[in-house]
Design a protein around this ligand. Structure first.
Ligand SMILES: Cc1cc2nc3c(=O)[nH]c(=O)nc-3n(C[C@H](O)[C@H](O)[C@H](O)COP(=O)(O)OP(=O)(O)OC[C@H]3O[C@@H](n4cnc5c(N)ncnc54)[C@H](O)[C@@H]3O)c2cc1C
Length: 399
């Protein structure tokens, strides 16, 4: 039996950051072990070379610039001069027209008749009229954006990405979206210019010569023999924190989906097992197309429910010396393809109505066993990689 102080499950951005952050705090490499089932580090942020250029196999990945500490940390592995800064160009393909995202700030780009239809509907929206906020997702969308934006864009797009009844989703995760203002929308239409604040990734970084996976690959490499890739977990003794009858840990940090734990051990109490089974996830297929598209967009949202994918990533517009694009499709909506495809079984944790209760019970129980859930799957949070890094940096401060 090998004794390890900190055993980390998963070498995605969260696991890699936690390992490096513990190292920075003076803990020796011999006390840290990261176990990863894939053959390379990076998790959903990995890239592969396809048709002569990189593809981000977990979907389109862009680094947000708002957290300085996160950038400083990542620049240690992929220096600042190896990234390009882009001003985001993202479009929505609606009514056979490419409208800038977000839709509610850019209705002025439609014909006058269409603008009037949208404005009329926004004037009647619940949040404009002062009505109480509804709990069900579909009602919430109509309350927030008016029926027209909800029915043309928000609801079809959400039905595509989640492939489930939108009313099974909670609304607690949408608090960041600003209220739609009739006055500002009207002003924007009259002046012919957008209003409101920039969406996430308004400015983003992407590696100059590589895919998004390069920074994480380098972080994994820097861990040397403390990162074990191609390692499948077969058993966990929860009481003694022994993994695969080989490693005994003081603490286990888990960034893998909790449902995997049901295969590794019989020691999970039945009430916690019930909560784990209530966690929903979405799988996403990433499909490569070699055709070059005539657009300046970095990505395009596709709410039309007659086509399977919900987003196109125009890699020739942000990956140097590349051609073509890739699509993201909920695996439940995917057709067969003869071209390159990568299926991400765990892509989006779903914010169902009861998720917060379930995950908090799971995390409390795990913590009582010195097993700490963190990262996208360990906390079942729809977090971007900059937030995964930030949270892991903060977590390391407690150990
Ligand atoms: C379609 C899509 C688009 C996205 N776009 C962006 C974006 O533009 N910008 C951005 O910053 N973020 C984006 N993200 C989010 C980003 O992918 C995540 O924030 C990030 O990957 C979370 O890191 P993590 O380490 O917590 O989880 P993951 O990346 O999922 O890593 C978990 C790791 O655990 C490993 N693992 C799982 N099970 C086991 C096991 N049984 N044994 C050992 N290891 C295991 C996995 O192989 C993986 O390496 C996007 C995600 C998706 C799905």
């Amino acid at each position: 039996m090998k004794k390890i102080k900190y055993l980390i499950i998963g070498a995605g951005p969260s696991g890699l950051t936690l390992a490096h952050s513990l190292l920075n705090r003076g803990i020796s490499l011999s006390q840290i072990l990261v176990l990863e089932k894939e053959n390379v580090a990076g998790g959903l942020c990995r890239s592969e070379i396809v048709d002569g250029g990189p593809i981000d196999i977990g979907g389109g990945h862009f680094l947000d610039v708002k957290h300085k500490d996160v950038l400083e940390f990542l620049f240690r592995f992929l220096p600042q001069n190896e990234w390009i800064r882009y001003d985001r160009v993202s479009k929505i393909n609606l009514h056979d027209q490419m409208i800038d995202h977000p839709l509610e700030s850019n209705l002025w780009q439609f014909s006058i008749d269409t603008q009037v239809d949208y404005l009329e509907s926004i004037a009647q929206a619940g949040c404009v009229q002062g009505a109480d906020k509804p709990e069900a997702f579909a009602d919430w969308c109509r309350w927030k954006f008016g029926s027209r934006v909800a029915d043309d864009y928000m609801l079809p797009y959400n039905r595509k990405i989640w492939s489930m009844d939108p009313n099974l989703l909670g609304t607690y995760w949408l608090y960041k979206l600003p209220n739609v203002s009739f006055r500002e929308t009207l002003q924007s239409c009259l002046q012919g210019k957008p209003y409101g604040s920039l969406p996430a990734h308004g400015v983003f970084l992407y590696p100059k010569k590589y895919g998004y996976g390069e920074v994480w690959r380098r972080m994994g490499e820097a861990l040397g023999s403390s990162l074990k890739t191609k390692t499948t977990i077969e058993s966990v003794d929860i009481e003694k924190r022994i993994i695969n009858k080989t490693w005994e840990a003081d603490y286990i940090f888990n960034s893998a989906p909790w449902e995997s734990w049901l295969k590794w051990t019989l020691q999970i109490p039945s009430d916690i097992e019930d909560e784990i089974r209530k966690l929903y996830k979405v799988s996403i297929d990433v499909d490569y197309k070699s055709e070059n598209l005539e657009t300046k967009a970095h990505w395009i949202y596709e709410p039309d429910e007659s086509i399977p994918h919900h987003r196109k990533l125009i890699r020739s517009n942000f990956v140097s010396n590349s051609r073509g694009y890739w699509t993201e499709t909920n695996s439940a909506r995917s057709n067969n393809t003869s071209e390159w495809r990568h299926r991400n079984e765990f892509a989006y944790p779903v914010n169902t109505i009861n998720k917060r209760d379930s995950i908090s019970k799971i995390l409390d129980w795990a913590k009582s066993k010195k097993i700490i859930g963190f990262g996208r799957w360990g906390t079942w949070e729809h977090m971007n990689s900059d937030i995964a890094v930030k949270s892991a940096l903060e977590l390391s401060m407690n150990f």
